[in-house]
Structure formats: C-alpha cells, structure tokens
Design a protein around this ligand. Structure first.
Ligand code: LMR
Length: 416
C-alpha cells in the first residue's frame, strides 16, 4: 500500500466467515439452496420464527403505550430487566434466603452475547490482567477476535477428539492442569458448545470446577443457548449454577445472550454478570461502576426494546409458560432434524459413521466433513456450511433433508 496517499496503516482482514457465508447465501439464486451457516432458528419452511410469545408481548407493549419507552435507561441498563436476567441464569426464585447469593453478583446490560463477551474481556484485561485466556479448540471464531481486541494473549485447550468425534475431556484437563497459570481466564460454553455440539457431562463439569478452584483459574461462561439447547432453562444453566453455588470462594463471570432463546437476534439483548466470591462481596458495586465506566465510553447503555420484551415475558407467569413451550418447539425441531439427517445418511449407506449427529447438542452439528467436501457442497449443491464442517441444523427441514443427505453422500463418494 506504499503508493496510496493515506495516513492509515491498515492491512486487509479476512471477512467474518459466518456472516460472509450468510451474505453469499442471500444472493445465490439457486432454487434448492440451503443455509446451514449462521446459527439462527428457522421453521420447517425455512422461515424466520418470531416467537409467538414475543409477538404476544409486543402487542401487549403497544397497548401499554408506555410514555417512557424510548427514554434513556441507566448506564448499567434496564435495572428490573437485569434482575430478571440474573434470576433466570442463576435460578433465583425470589426467596429471602437467596439474598446473600444475589449480593455476590453485579450485572450490567450489554449489546447481546457478543457485547457481553467483549465487555467482560475488556474489563478483565483492564482490572485482572490475566496472563492468558484459554479458549477451547475449536471455539466460536469470534471468541478469538474478542480477546485479541482486548489485548489478552490467547491459548487453546484441546476440546474435540476428531477420530472419535467426541469431547476430549482428558485432553482439556491435562492441558489446563499442566499449562494454565494462576489468574488465567478459562472460557467455557455453558451449554450447546459452538461449534462442536459436545458438552461436558455433569461429572465432568464438577471436575472442571474443581480444577479451576484448585489452580485459581477464572471461569468465564458464555451462555448463548439457555433453554434453546435442551428445552429446559434449568438443564442448560446447570454448569453455571453448579460453579456459582458450589464454589463460592471462586470469582467467575457469565456472558448471557437472549438472541437464540427469545429469537431476538437483531435486537441485541444481553447481560454480563460478574460474580464476586464470598470474601469480596463488598467490591461488587465498584465492579459495576467500573463496568459502567467502560459502557459509557463505548455505547452509553444497552438498547431498550428487546430487553423490554424479555421483561414483559418473564414478569408474567402466563407468558413465561408460553415461552417454555416455544423453547420446546425449537429444541424439538432441531432434535428431529438431527434424527432425519442421520436416518437419511444411514439409509444411503453413506461412507463413515453418523451417530455423532444425533449425539451432539444444540444448534450445531460438527459433521466431520472436510473443507474440500464443504466446498463441493456449496459449489455443486448450493448448500452452505462453515469450512470446519459445522452445520446449523435448523437450516434443515422435511423438504430439504433428503437433498442435503444425498449431496453429502455424493461429495463423500466422489471425492477427487
Ligand atoms: C453463530 O455462531 O453462527 C451465531 O452465534 C451467530 C454469530 O454471531 O456468530
């Protein structure tokens, strides 16, 4: 760029794979194109699904005609929303006995899950100065970007055992055991690991919590799929709640997103929760003030509309029950599509083993397809998935699953 008249010193950066793929899919005119790229819920007709409960809440909000609905919130965000978000994540039910536990948590509103991850990374980079952050290998690609921008050196722990297509628990534990240093951050996916769809079981979570406590590591949970993965908000929050309740001498934090579980993708609804340990409860408000300092300098406060919808739903027993039903609809359809793809591949006797597709959890399947096969699927069949082989299962439907299975069968059999 030496002959360009600019004061900038910029080098090309690779486009974000997920959204570049989404853009390419949108302009592809092929009638049978299939999007298995970005993690968004789609109906069996391939359409977006504004959750029925969200539509109900929106209508009720219009009727309410709240004069304050477009006003500024506090810098930390909508305070009642934050209490509701915290209670959902940590399982508080409004009992007096929970007050001490609640007092350990400082919460602020964020620009959805990405914003919560980013704010948390920035906050820890400024105020904890970890030597490293440990990300699973593989992880959501944006985790790398977020921590890179926060200026914290990134290391990875093994997570995926390619030969068996299973969670590499031993690899994760031995790597953190031998290499992680006191004060390092360990990024953990609360449920529905993105991209592998493989989560630790409860016994393994207990061992991970013990290891973090013993080695004085700082657990940073990314919770993007609470209720969406299993259909149960309790089940999907199990790991976060276990760490919080059973390791009260450990500090930790949670980045919470409402994009998937409320289908509020573009509304950017999220929260960041910092959990002090039992001995540091008194710094909670200082933590929140420092988070607010960062928020004020970046975006002043989180957006209002989406969190108002979440608040409307979660403050009504009737709407909350409706929401739980909507979660079941989404998680069941994804499970059904996993089964359908698996059945088709088995029926076609596609070379390889495919049980992993039904064993994995959440939005994604880590199919095991190679970059070359992924490229062939796009080139020949207009089927879009990430080059790692990650497929967003929600892009499958009764109408296209046979087409997709046939295409996978073809690219595997006719490689070279
Ligand atoms: C994904 O992984 O596809 C989603 O979480 C969307 C995103 O922001 O990357």
């Amino acid at each position: 760029m030496s002959n360009i008249d600019t004061r900038l010193n910029v080098s090309p950066v690779p486009p974000d794979e997920i959204f570049a793929l989404n853009g390419a899919y949108a302009v592809d005119p092929h009638p049978q194109k299939v999007s298995l790229g970005v993690g968004v819920y789609r109906t069996d007709d391939g359409k977006p699904w504004p959750l029925p409960v969200v539509q109900k809440a929106e209508k009720a909000l219009v009727v309410d005609d709240d004069l304050f609905r477009h006003e500024y919130t506090a810098i930390e965000g909508d305070v009642p929303f934050l209490g509701i978000a915290r209670d959902l994540m940590f399982g508080f039910e409004g009992k007096q006995s929970e007050e001490d536990a609640k007092a350990r948590i400082g919460s602020v509103q964020t620009v959805a899950g990405t914003g919560a991850n980013h704010l948390g990374a920035l906050f820890l980079a400024h105020h904890m100065k970890p030597t490293n952050v440990w990300l699973s290998n593989p992880s959501w690609a944006n985790h790398q970007t977020i921590w890179e921008l926060a200026g914290v050196p990134r290391k990875t722990y093994p997570y995926y055992h390619a030969a068996t297509r299973s969670f590499d628990f031993e690899g994760m534990m031995s790597s953190l055991e031998s290499e992680a240093q006191e004060g390092d951050v360990v990024l953990l996916h609360a449920c529905a690991h993105n991209p592998t769809g493989l989560d630790p079981n409860k016994e393994q979570w207990v061992a991970i919590a013990d290891l973090c406590e013993r080695k004085k590591l700082f657990p940073f949970f990314d919770s993007a799929y609470q209720g969406f993965a299993s259909g149960s908000v309790e089940e999907d929050a199990w790991a976060v709640r276990y760490f919080f309740n059973n390791k009260p001498n450990m500090e930790m934090c949670v980045a919470q997103s409402f994009s998937k579980n409320f289908g509020l993708y573009g509304q950017r609804v999220g929260a960041f929760h910092y959990c002090t340990n039992r001995a540091s409860v008194s710094i909670r408000d200082v933590v929140v003030n420092n988070l607010c300092h960062l928020i004020r300098g970046e975006f002043s406060m989180g957006p209002r509309v989406g969190c108002t919808i979440v608040k409307k739903v979660l403050t009504s027993d009737e709407l909350t029950a409706d929401w739980h039903e909507d979660l079941k609809v989404m998680s069941s359809r994804i499970k059904a599509m996993r089964e359908a793809l698996y059945n088709e591949l088995v029926r076609l006797q596609t070379p390889g083993t495919w049980e992993h597709i039904i064993q994995q959890n959440g939005m994604f399947s880590y199919t095991g397809l190679t970059p070359k096969q992924v490229y062939a699927l796009k080139d020949k069949y207009h089927i879009y998935l990430l080059k790692s082989g990650r497929a967003s299962i929600s892009g499958l439907s009764q109408k296209n699953v046979a087409y997709v299975a046939q295409a996978i069968d073809d690219v595997i059999r006719n490689e070279n």
